[in-house]
Design a protein around this ligand. Structure first.
Ligand code: ATP
Ligand code: MG
Length: 879
């Protein structure tokens, strides 16, 4: 059975058990400060388990893209070395939200594995939670009894809290779980060692494939467990591991999920997969990492220098490093793999194929940049080699850490290079540096949350700010959050006009007002579907009614900028083409910023056209067409485009300004009529990453102010020029005149220089067969001083020339000697100029026949001719 069939059978099986099949959520998590990437199938459904929101279906099944490279679940360092952990993998899952429980879940998983996929029963083991005294939890007897009716009792293993009590994070929903493991060893291997002893023991052919979690508890901040109001089932099966089991392979990488990538890499590298452990690991790393990189980028996460973007950058660099070191790929290569992957995944995850050229461009640019960094790091190591040799042939921990931190060299790479050079690495020193950095970032970001104080259980918060700016609200729950130097409160209301930051639009500010006090709302944010009003204090009595009131003026500015962003998006697609896709946006009260895919700088004329189209729409005063709760299919039929990496429900909100022109899926707040925008002005166009451009623009009064400022500046110029109608013509003319004058000046100065030279020739003194000249002269730059000296050399034989001049406020001296004086009389211009430079508190040097010096004391110039005479006399007499 190939992998596509395996996936399909899973979904078909659960559809036949009345499960709603839903698409995978994007890998990148937006409204959840506790999670950067989806790391398990249940993550997109967190709100349903927490009771923040009712589940739309009681039964759901899907295949979910997961990434385990940060936080509680981090498998990155294993990947490539073992054969069954990936960075990005698919988790097949089925869920019950307060519906069926252990009995059905376990029976169905057994039916699917043994009857549909026909895995032999004598190769499967299951595990059951054995209980835990410290948590005061009993053994999971229900699960044990259910299994006993289906599988031989000696294949049911007892598991500790570590393996059989699943927790999403430090707090939140959790419960006992029951895992299914498969033994894929050969008959001979199985005869030698009992498979039971290898379960949960890191054996590459005895692996966990499926985990059935029974969500019963909520873990609170103080560590205690409380029962959830309802019981749920959350299961997750590793798709790639399942394929390995069904296809009878010994490694996930031997299945048809990975083979196309592996064969492509091996061919391009000129090696055979399976012949050499080192190159095999590198090939696996690349085949694995390209999936994480390509899907993260196609879901909207560009590599960058912080947070989620940095995680992706580091995965990419890890892949490049293995490719570079072990497979000799010295040029960008990974980006080519994205095409292989896109073809393979097209029917399940079409988003990659649809954005392939964009994704490839981003990857290639990153590869190029990192390969340059690698080279610089290697150079740095070379440059410090002598220092390391003196340091007992050791690369010190600080340098090793610098290479890691700034150049992306992990310790093992540094060690590898060190070995080639006969050096060691101070690994302990490296760990110390690493620990220090971790502490620094931990301290900066450490925050503590209290559990929610729940005033109204089962109340779901509702946003009513599309229609009203103020309402009467009650507090549903609140908590305190303490970070290093501040403490804030998160308040959830039953009804609220406050828009929580999302979709690029900033959160509202305003007030919660009761009969006795007024609490300022500093910002509004989202945590999944909870709307958090952020305040610096709590009301004295949180139970009373509040008038919740947003800052209307600020919201109005935001609305204008948001609607203008839609008009801009439409105009960009019209002028630049349909390849323009939104890649990010910021809509605040001050400015709007829009990032989008496009491959070249936008020409000035195009920018003007885009701006003009937007302003035309503004002048047409197009009314807002808003549709809430529209089925997503209808919205798409209207022409609305779903953004990649955005999670949409079945019902969406559509915002249109003239259906022919702009239709978007959007949760933001908008003007009722485009006329409100007043005026739209682009203020900058720039690049943010490979293939991504950014436009910043202003609307309404801010745009007017901006234009006024520009005009003021122009007027100031006009005034200086003296009431000119053709300003640019006038400035050009000034520039031309300036150039002509410059030329005249030069010619004039050269002429003067000749006169100066002639007068110096006149002043030549005879000193013991030497023609001596020492003068303070007037020249405007150092080049002229040099020219004067060389012209003198041409004009006078046996020349000893000393010139002193003030150039641009600083004293300078030049000494010029005829060649025969250097060779016969052993005079030296460098020596002489250094001696003379003492007068001007300076120094210098040059060649034996010509040398110059600069100094600090201009007043000393006067004394130079007399001192020079003395110096030369003494030198000639001594020589
Ligand atoms: P393991 O102990 O093997 O790391 P886990 O206990 O972390 O697994 P769960 O969190 O229970 O796994 O996830 C459910 C299923 O997802 C696992 O049974 C496994 O099949 C799969 N899985 C987990 N982590 C990975 C990974 N990094 N790569 C591929 N599949 C994975
Ligand atoms: Mg794990």
């Amino acid at each position: 059975m190939n992998s596509a069939e395996i996936r399909k059978q899973f979904l078909d099986f659960f559809a036949s058990k009345q499960h709603q099949i839903v698409p995978s959520a994007p890998l990148v998590v937006k409204d959840d400060p506790t999670l950067m990437f989806i790391n398990s199938g249940m993550a997109p459904f967190k709100d349903y388990f927490l009771g923040n929101k009712p589940a739309p279906y009681k039964r759901i099944a899907d295949t979910q893209k997961c990434l385990r490279v940060s936080g509680k679940h981090n498998d990155l360092e294993e990947v490539g070395y073992d054969t069954y952990h990936h960075t990005m993998f698919e988790m097949l899952g089925n869920w019950s939200f307060g519906d069926y429980f252990k009995k059905e879940a376990l029976a169905w998983s057994w039916e699917l594995l043994t009857e549909v996929y026909k895995l032999p029963k004598d190769r499967l083991y299951v595990s059951v939670f054995q209980g835990d005294e410290s948590e005061n939890l009993p053994m999971d007897e229900d699960a044990f009894n259910i299994w006993k009716s289906m599988i031989a009792e000696d294949r049911i293993l007892m598991g500790s809290k570590k393996d059989n009590f699943w927790e999403m994070g430090d707090t939140g929903p959790c419960g006992p779980c029951s895992e299914i493991h498969v033994d894929l060893r050969t008959e001979e291997e199985r005869a030698q060692v009992d498979g039971k002893t290898l379960v949960n023991n890191d054996h590459p052919q005895v692996v966990e494939i499926w985990n059935n979690v029974f969500m019963e508890f909520n873990r609170l901040a103080d560590g205690s467990l409380v029962k959830l109001p309802a019981q749920h089932v959350d299961t997750g099966m590793g798709f790639e591991r399942l394929c390995m089991a069904i296809q009878g392979k010994r490694s996930n990488y031997d299945t048809d999920v990975f083979q196309p990538l592996i064969q492509f890499i091996a061919k391009e590298a000129g090696v055979t997969y399976g012949e050499n452990e080192k190159t095999d690991i590198a090939i696996r790393v690349m085949a694995d990492h390209i999936r994480a990189i390509a899907f993260a980028i196609s879901d909207g996460q560009l590599p960058s220098n912080n947070k989620a973007g940095y995680v992706i950058r580091r995965i990419l660099r890890r892949a490049v490093r293995y490719a570079f070191t072990f497979l000799n790929f010295k040029k960008p290569f990974l980006y080519k793999l994205a095409a292989v992957l896109a073809d393979q995944m097209e029917t399940v995850f079409p988003e990659l194929k649809q954005q392939l050229s964009f994704v490839q461009r981003v990857i290639e640019e990153e590869e190029n940049a990192f390969l340059r960094t690698l080279e610089n790091g290697l150079k740095r190591l070379d440059a410090l080699e002598d220092k390391f040799k003196e340091n007992n042939n050791t690369i010190d921990g600080k340098t090793a850490f610098e290479l890691y931190d700034t150049f992306g060299f992990p310790l093992d790479l540094t060690a590898l290079i060190a070995r080639d050079k006969g050096l060691k690495v101070d690994e302990a020193g490296f760990s110390v540096e690493m620990e220090q950095q971790k502490n620094r970032s931990r301290n900066a970001s450490a925050s503590e949350q209290t559990d929610w104080v729940i005033l109204q259980p089962d109340v779901v918060n509702e946003f009513i700010g599309y229609d009203v700016d103020t309402t009467e609200s009650h507090i549903v729950r609140y908590r305190q959050v303490k970070t290093k130097n501040k403490s804030e409160y998160h308040i959830v209301l039953d009804k609220t006009p406050f828009y929580a930051e999302s979709g690029g639009q900033v959160g509202d500010t305003g007030y919660l007002i009761s009969a006795t006090e007024q609490i300022e709302v500093l910002d509004t944010k989202k945590e999944n579907d909870l709307i958090l009003h952020i305040t610096s204090k709590l009301p004295q009595n949180p139970e009373v009614a509040f008038k919740s009131q947003i800052d209307v003026e600020r919201r109005n500015l935001i609305r204008k900028n948001h609607s203008a962003t839609h008009l801009l998006h439409a105009a960009l697609r019209k002028v630049l083409g349909e390849h323009v896709q939104q890649k990010g946006s910021l809509v605040s009260e001050k400015v709007l910023r829009f990032d989008f895919s496009h491959f070249a700088k936008i020409e000035e004329a195009q920018l003007r056209e885009i701006e003009h189209i937007v302003n035309e729409r503004v002048r047409q005063s197009i009314p807002l067409e808003e549709q809430r709760n529209t089925p997503i299919a209808d919205a798409k039929a209207m022409g609305a485009m779903a953004l990649f990496g955005e999670k949409y429900g079945e019902f969406v909100r559509v915002i249109a300004f003239d259906r022919e022109h702009s239709v978007e899926l959007c949760g933001g707040t908008h003007v009722y009529n485009t006329g409100e925008i007043g005026y739209f002005k682009i203020v900058s166009e720039s690049s943010v990453a490979a293939g991504v451009r950014r436009i910043e623009a202003l609307t309404a009064a801010a745009a007017e102010d901006y234009m006024q400022q520009q005009l003021n500046e122009l007027n100031a110029v006009r005034e200086v020029l003296g009431s000119q109608s053709n300003i640019s013509g006038a400035v050009e003319k000034l520039q031309e005149e300036n150039k002509a004058l410059q030329k005249q000046l030069e010619a004039f100065e050269l002429k003067q220089l000749t006169t100066l030279k002639d007068s110096l020739v006149q002043k030549t003194q005879q000193l013991d067969g030497v023609n001596f000249v020492a003068e303070q002269v007037n020249v405007s730059n150092a080049d002229y001083l040099k020219k004067l000296a060389f012209d003198m050399r041409q004009a006078v034989d046996n020349l000893v020339l000393i010139l002193a001049a003030e150039i641009e406020g600083k004293p300078q001296i030049a000494v010029m000697l005829s060649d025969n004086l250097v060779s016969d009389k052993k005079l030296n211009a460098s020596q002489m100029v250094r001696e003379l430079a003492k007068e001007i508190k300076g120094g210098g040097g040059g060649q034996p026949f010509y040398a110059t010096a600069g100094g600090k004391e201009t007043a000393g110039l006067q004394a130079i001719p007399a001192k020079a005479l003395e110096l030369v006399k003494s030198m000639i007499n001594n020589g």
